[in-house]
Design a protein around this ligand. Structure first.
Ligand SMILES: NC(=O)c1ccc[n+]([C@@H]2O[C@H](COP(=O)([O-])OP(=O)(O)OC[C@H]3O[C@@H](n4cnc5c(N)ncnc54)[C@H](OP(=O)(O)O)[C@@H]3O)[C@@H](O)[C@H]2O)c1
Length: 304
């Protein structure tokens, strides 16, 4: 039995499809409320399970005896100040301990290339801490660190297209090896039950290293009306985090994430790390050109 926790998420729903295709008994788990809100349609034969990582006792029955547990959970969208800690730190720890107690054969933990003990973003610090706890645990593990998802950043950058602009938070000059969500899902499914991936921490990175500015220019060219590329100055981003941290912690966290990317606080995977990943993971081939052609669902400039 393979269990995917976070199955209603952008990445998790694709992981469910890919893991189910491996043929083993597959369980897709998420919070009860998520299923109603989510448009995810489970592949035939996949069982649904309810789990909330913030609740004691919710996790053990789910993972007991599982061959592989894939954790693709993220408290990114929690709206309380301590929400990320409850999910990304305490919730992930609860899952890890349940995997130990349940004799799970492999824990595949989806972290992020942004994880770092000194990160200015709380969830990225928690991810780094959980990575360390997993490496020190008794559970056989694989840790995957995707870079930034192309689709997520397309949404971020095109949010103001109806007002006639592509908005780049900050200077936009830091190169990133963006990865498409489906490529990341394929990489994750490839390590499920794969002994060569045990004990490995691997980056999941796409084929192109492009700056946010370069991506924004491509998005502008691919969008009807060719909206102009505008920048939000870094100083204004910093003011926005301070002004919103008390009453709009979710918004403040999102802005902090963009500052971290813009300031190169997110280290790029090294050539050695990429070479190691290439020996174990299928290549992520989707380019921005692939993703943007044809430009169908994006809004048109001046449609507000
Ligand atoms: N987004 C990116 O650009 C990016 C880049 C690199 C790595 N990653 C990593 O990829 C993974 C998935 O990211 P994503 O963008 O797909 O996230 P997402 O769409 O926000 O999905 C996260 C999933 O976790 C679920 N979840 C949240 N709190 C939970 C709880 N208490 N108990 C059980 N499930 C809970 C979510 O449910 P709700 O829908 O109710 O919140 C959702 O199903 C994360 O580990 C993230 O760090 C993301």
């Amino acid at each position: 039995m393979n269990v995917i926790v976070g199955a209603t998420g952008r990445l998790g729903s694709r992981v469910v499809e890919r893991v189910a295709a491996l043929g083993a008994d597959t369980v897709a788990a998420s919070r009860p409320v998520d299923w109603e809100a989510s448009a995810a349609v489970l592949p035939s034969g996949v069982r649904r399970a309810d789990v909330d990582l913030t609740v004691d006792g919710s996790v053990d029955p789910l993972v007991e005896g599982a061959q592989t547990v894939v954790a693709t959970v993220h408290g990114r969208d929690v709206t309380t100040r301590d929400g990320s800690r409850k999910v990304d730190l305490e919730g992930s720890r609860r899952l890890l301990r349940a995997c130990e107690r349940g004799g799970v054969g492999q824990l595949v933990y989806v972290s992020t290339s942004s994880a770092g003990a000194q990160s200015p973003v709380d969830s990225f610090r928690y991810k780094a801490q959980i990575e360390d706890e997993i490496r020190a645990s008794a559970v056989p593990w694989t840790i995957l660190r995707p870079t930034h998802f192309m689709e997520v950043w397309t949404d971020v950058l095109t949010r103001e297209v109806p007002k006639g602009r592509i908005t780049v938070p900050g200077r936009g000059r830091t190169p990133t090896r963006w990865v498409a969500i489906d490529d990341a899902a394929r990489a994750i499914a490839s390590v499920v039950g794969n002994p060569a991936a045990l004990g490995m921490t691997l980056p999941v990175a796409g084929p192109q290293a492009l700056t946010v500015d370069e991506v924004a220019t491509m998005l502008s060219r691919a969008t009807p009306g060719h909206p102009r590329v505008a920048h939000v100055p870094p100083a204004l981003l910093r003011v926005a985090t301070i002004a919103n941290s008390l009453h709009r912690p979710l918004f403040a966290r999102h802005v902090r994430m963009t500052i971290a990317l813009d300031s190169a606080a997110v280290p790029a995977p090294t050539d050695d790390e990429l070479a190691l990943a290439a020996r174990v993971l299928p290549p992520a081939r989707t380019t921005w050109q692939d993703l943007l052609a044809p430009s169908t669902s994006r809004p048109t400039a001046h449609q507000a």
